[in-house]
Design a protein around this ligand. Structure first.
Ligand code: CAA
Length: 258
């Protein structure tokens, strides 16, 4: 596995663990973090031995936002010409399940990065928010769109316009968070969830992710048709034959991820 400057990448069987590693800056997301994340995800996407990925930070901060010090002096033209933050589209387009294990601060870009993931597991000390308004800007990595879809207009407006933070329980009630666990159990739980998913047929898992994501873009009738077509396509896999034969034969399936 490649070494990176701002993240740690470990493999545990069919699961990969990415840890954001800028502790002195509370994992603020600068351009190097994005470059490292993109390179790591590209490596993991092309590796058939990887079935799911956990993305985490530290106990104190998943990430306290985009790096304010890096952005502070930029001009409109700097931001426009670089299409600043556009590189995160590659993170959101990762085709295998990405599980965010969030402890501590997930603010601004940190909350937005967590929302690019497929399952958000929060430690009981997790804090979410979009405080960009306090800096004279607005969310720029998807917060106004993904947070609104995740928790609805009322709460998204409340958070984005006041800049207030939301604790793990409120985030779970609002539908942002899938599960809350004690902080000490966060990584173990996220890895366990990832292992479960990575044990299933990889093509089925990837197509399941794609189908759920399509629900954000398509009408219901188009989405249902898309789902049916990709459901049909799974009957071309060895794993569908194995999964159903194992059920009928009352034994555990041995998926080949093919
Ligand atoms: N960018 C750059 N550096 C950051 C940072 C950020 N987003 N968040 C924290 N840091 C740095 C601090 O500057 C500090 O560095 P120094 O020791 O060199 O001064 C270090 O991390 C520790 O932070 P604090 O001393 O502030 O720690 P704290 O415990 O007192 O406060 C905090 C923690 C409440 C999270 C506070 O750091 C904070 O408010 N951070 C900024 C949160 C924020 O505004 N995020 C949104 C950023 S903009 C954005 O994300 C745009 C977008 O839509 C993508």
């Amino acid at each position: 596995m490649t070494d990176f400057e701002t993240i740690l990448l470990e493999r545990k069987g069919r699961v990969a663990l990415i840890t954001l590693n800028r502790p002195k800056a509370l994992n603020a997301l600068n351009s190097q973090v994005l470059a490292d994340l993109r390179a790591a995800l590209q490596e993991l996407e092309s590796d058939d031995g990887v079935g799911a990925v956990v993305l985490t930070g530290s106990e104190r901060a998943f990430a306290a936002g985009a790096d304010i010090k890096e952005m502070a002096d930029k001009s409109y033209m700097d931001m426009f010409l670089a299409d600043f933050f556009a590189g995160y589209e590659q993170v959101a387009a990762f085709r295998k399940p990405l599980i965010a294990a969030v402890a501590g601060y997930a603010l601004g870009g940190g909350c937005e990065l967590a929302m690019m993931c497929d399952i958000l597991i929060a430690a009981d000390n997790a804090t979410f928010g979009q405080p960009e308004i306090k800096l004279g800007v607005i969310p720029g990595m998807g917060g106004s769109q993904r947070l609104t879809r995740a928790i609805g207009k009322a709460k998204a407006m409340d958070l984005i316009l006041t800049g207030r933070n939301m604790g793990a329980e409120e985030a779970e009630r609002a539908g942002l968070v899938a599960r809350i666990v004690p902080a000490a159990e966060l990584i173990a739980t996220a890895l366990e969830v990832a292992e479960t998913i990575a044990g299933y047929s990889l093509p089925a898992v990837m197509i399941a992710k794609e189908a759920v994501e399509r629900s954000y873009e398509l009408t219901l009738s188009e989405g249902l048709r898309f789902e049916r077509r990709v459901f049909h396509s799974l009957f071309a896999t060895e794993d569908q034959k194995e999964g159903m034969a194992a059920f009928v034969g009352k034994r555990a399936p041995e998926f080949k991820h093919r």
